[in-house]
Design a binder for this molecule. Structure first.
Ligand SMILES: Nc1ncnc2c1ncn2[C@@H]1O[C@H](COP(=O)(O)O)[C@@H](OP(=O)(O)O)[C@H]1O
Ligand SMILES: [Mg+2]
Ligand SMILES: [Mg+2]
Ligand SMILES: [Mg+2]
Length: 353
């Protein structure tokens, strides 16, 4: 059996189930968005997806630690939000009974739901197994009806071994034109699951497939020249500097406008050859990137043949706890472009100092 086959299967089904919850929360316009202490939003969808995924991991791998973005502290007193999360969870099941059973079935009650959410409090580190979980990455994109991703990765002794991204609003077709805009995907079926196991390549498949047994290999594209390349970057200008990105594009002779897209959908997109370069350029020097914002996407891009480093050219270090405190930013590109892109990034950023 291929390495990590069970982990890949459980992670894929757990992400698929969580995307059903997030889509329902979005379409039923379930209100109940809170602001966290850093003023970032968290929704019923974030809490519900975290609970469902952690319950599935604990059923299958009870000894594994979990580094999840959300915690349940604000749900302890807020009974209104808590019961909305519970309602969303209760009504979310995979249509395949056998797959639902593989995940351990439903969560038993509200207490078990809170316990599952709280179980994402591991501090990670350099030893043993843990899962990095972002139940909704791009919460702002999710709220806008844009791109978002449900992200799960298994890290073993500091190496990312398995990565899964569920992107409900990206087109299924790997050849569809590269855009964050959902209306551009009209006529395209939407909802794609990207996955990778270290050393075994990256795949995509339709999120709607009941049994998730039809992954297709994906590959990064190598554009003939830098001038033909397409950049992507965050929508949020305080997550990645749009101005620095434009200066870097200019230096490289790239004239096509960048594609702005929320979430790790950017990693999935370049991995399937829809775009060529993803830059995340620090705005604040003190911000530490979170491991759950990158782990799954970094493996998927690497396994699709891309190169990913931070802005200094260093590999991202997932052994440092809940954040990537030893790294700044992201430079992800096809193999034939990465060195030139990194050089331009450094020239532009150095010139600012
Ligand atoms: N100042 C900052 N710099 C970089 N990333 C930030 C940031 N503040 C928040 N983020 C992260 O950016 C993520 C979204 O990335 P993107 O801009 O690529 O869509 C957020 O994930 P969540 O939406 O899961 O909270 C959040 O963790
Ligand atoms: Mg968040
Ligand atoms: Mg995130
Ligand atoms: Mg999130």
């Amino acid at each position: 059996m291929a390495p990590y086959a069970k982990e890949l299967r459980v992670a894929s089904l757990a992400v698929q189930r969580a995307t059903l919850l997030t889509q329902r929360v979005f379409h039923e316009k379930v209100k109940g968005t809170e602001l966290k202490s850093d003023k970032s939003p968290v929704t019923i969808g974030d809490y519900g997806a975290q609970a469902l995924i952690i319950a599935a991991i604990r059923h299958n791998f009870p000894d594994d630690a979990i580094v999840g973005e959300e915690d349940s502290s604000s749900l302890q007193d807020n009974t209104d939000i808590r019961s909305q999360v519970w309602n969303a969870i209760k009504s979310t099941r995979l249509s395949s009974e056998s797959a639902e059973k593989e995940l351990g079935g439903s969560i038993k009650n509200e207490q078990a739901m809170l316990a599952a959410i709280s179980a994402g409090s591991s501090t990670g580190g350099s030893k043993g197994r843990f899962w990095a979980l972002d139940p909704i990455d791009g919460t702002k994109g999710f709220l806008r009806g844009g791109q978002y991703a449900v992200c799960l990765a298994l890290i073993v002794d500091g190496e990312i071994e398995v990565g899964v991204l569920g992107c409900p609003n990206l087109p299924v077709d790997d050849q569809a034109s590269f855009s964050a805009d959902i209306s551009d995907a009209e006529g395209h079926q939407r909802g794609v699951l990207f996955a990778a196991v270290r050393g075994h390549g990256a795949t995509s498949q339709a999120l709607s497939d009941d049994d998730l047994k039809q992954p297709k290999a994906i590959q990064m594209k190598s554009p003939p020249s830098l001038a033909d390349a397409t950049f992507c970057e965050s929508v949020e200008a305080d997550h990645s500097s749009h101005g620095d990105q434009a200066a870097i594009a200019n230096k490289l002779g790239i004239t096509k406008p960048s594609v702005r897209m929320d979430s790790q959908s950017k990693y999935g997109s370049i991995a399937r050859g829809a775009g060529d370069i993803y830059l995340r350029l620090p705005v604040s020097q003190s911000y530490e990137e979170k491991i759950w914002d990158h782990a799954a996407g970094v493996l998927i891009v690497a396994e699709a043949g891309g190169i990913i480093t931070d802005i200094k050219g260093k590999k991202h270090d997932f052994t440092q706890g809940r954040t990537l405190k030893k790294n700044k930013g992201v430079v992800a590109a096809a193999k034939n472009l990465h060195a030139d892109v990194l050089k331009a990034v450094q020239e532009v950023l150095d010139a600012k100092q």
